[in-house]
Design a protein around this ligand. Structure first.
Ligand SMILES: Cc1cc2nc3c(=O)[nH]c(=O)nc-3n(C[C@H](O)[C@H](O)[C@H](O)COP(=O)(O)O)c2cc1C
Length: 431
């Protein structure tokens, strides 16, 4: 697979899903749900822009499995009991241009913002994520809570299939809960869920199995995995290759390779493992990954030009090219790429505070969040807008969204306390 592939050749995944070409929109958190965590008119408008983008596959922004652990307070949440009609509408709108549509499932764990949850779940107790004091100290998940995370993956996948999505992607990258279990500096457990690589990977493997067991044979099951955390003491490239070999048994339809956690800038190429040109900054790892897995591989991170993608496809380093940030600025970027049209440079402005790398990183992310929100509002992106304005907008928007979310949740729990009470009971058993 891959050697003779070109950017516009279709790809048949192991479960039978056919991607019409080799360009995929990679996941970008939209933060555009309703107050109840459901797909909103803005979210549908956004996917109306991306549906005819020319991408062969659209991976949604992360959909939360647990309303207490989103990445942003207005993330879409999919769990038992939510109405499925808005999700079916989301899938319908996103597929209207011929792209396959895959829902990314995520539990943010200790990377849940403090504004939503001051005591987030993690593999172990320990220090909070050290970025802008935005995160609380994690508490160690009990066995019951770990099994609950596994169960939620299966349930959400079954619901996504029922709503009409072509597949789901289990998110084990970028420092979220499944990545936290993989990272030895964060996962200090010495039970069945921590220790050597196999035990640190157990949660990921169990989640993939739960998703597979809950869905039909034609439904695609994908994984997003870090090439490495690129932090001292974190998950390494060699360990990532071991994990790929371990999950190979699970017959994944596609493995997306990315890297980094909030504390490192690697996801955006700022602590790039591949020096030199900024395109495809996990390319050397992708080459190594080829030996470790039989699953088709998607590579994301810095890919921008047809020449770079063609070359990587031709050498078999990847089967699918993932593109994220350009899609927030130029919603039909893949179509232009496939047509060989000139592509605008797409780069966020800097605050200019070199010594405050985390602030720069947050401003960059905020700037892209804001572009995505503009598309959702039916406007065009504003490439000349400032990073500082985006950061202020982001802090204000998410703070007020978090306040509303907390109030809505508190009211719902006051009237229907059943499920929540059962879970908090579980968390009281000390681990
Ligand atoms: C605004 C924004 C939101 C993102 N949200 C997610 C997400 O929800 N899930 C995920 O796996 N990656 C997310 N990412 C990371 C991208 O999927 C991708 O890995 C990264 O941007 C590198 O690819 P690029 O160079 O093509 O942008 C996000 C990136 C941006 C800019």
């Amino acid at each position: 697979m891959g050697k003779t592939a070109s950017i516009d050749s279709p790809l048949t995944l192991p479960s039978g899903l056919v991607l019409p070409n080799r360009i995929a929109k990679s996941a970008m958190t939209e933060g555009l749900a309703t107050r109840d965590g459901l797909p909103s008119p803005s979210l549908l408008r956004l996917y109306g822009r991306w549906a005819p983008s020319g991408a062969g596959m659209l991976v949604t922004g992360n959909v939360g499995l647990d309303e207490d652990h989103p990445v942003r307070p207005r993330d879409v949440i999919l769990r038992r009991g939510v109405p499925l009609a808005p999700f079916a509408e989301w899938a319908r709108v996103a597929r209207a241009g011929g792209a396959r549509v895959v829902m990314q499932l995520n539990h943010a764990g200790r990377q849940t913002p403090r504004l939503v949850n001051g005591r987030p779940l993690g593999p172990s107790t320990g220090a909070a994520v050290q970025v802008l004091r935005a995160f609380g100290e994690p508490r160690a998940a009990t066995e019951a809570e770990i099994l609950d995370v596994v169960r939620r993956h299966g349930e959400a996948a079954a619901l996504a299939e029922e709503a009409g999505f072509d597949g789901v992607q289990v998110h084990a990258a970028h420092g979220y809960l499944l990545n936290q279990f993989l990272s030895p500096d964060v996962n200090r457990r010495d039970d069945a869920w921590g220790g050597d690589v196999a035990r640190r990977a157990r949660l990921l493997v169990e989640c993939v199995r739960a998703v597979r067991a809950a869905t039909g044979p034609g439904f695609s099951v994908m994984l997003k995995l870090n090439a490495g955390d690129f932090l001292r003491g974190g998950f390494t490239e060699d360990e990532s290759l071991e994990v790929l070999a371990l999950v190979d048994r699970e017959r994944l339809d596609l493995v997306e390779i990315s890297g980094g956690r909030y504390e490192s800038g690697a996801s955006f190429g700022h602590a790039s493992p591949d020096p030199g040109p900024r395109e495809a900054y996990f390319l050397s790892f992708a080459r190594r990954a080829r030996q470790a897995t039989r699953s088709p591989r998607m590579l994301t991170g810095g890919l921008r030009s047809r020449a770079a993608i063609d070359a990587a496809l031709a050498e078999g380093a990847l089967d699918v090219a993932g593109i994220a940030r350009p899609m927030a600025l130029v919603p039909d970027y893949p179509r232009r790429l496939l047509a060989g049209e000139p592509l605008p440079r797409t780069q966020a402005p800097r605050l200019g505070l070199r010594s405050l790398a985390h602030l720069e990183g947050s401003a960059e992310l905020a700037w892209y969040y804001r572009q995505v929100a503009r598309l959702g509002a039916g406007r065009d992106a504003a490439p000349s807008s400032s990073a500082m304005a985006a950061l202020v907008w982001f802090l204000a928007t998410d703070a007020s969204a978090a306040a509303w979310t907390r109030m809505t949740r508190a009211m719902r729990r006051a009237f229907a306390p059943g499920e929540h009470a059962a879970l908090t009971e579980g968390t009281r058993q000390s681990h």
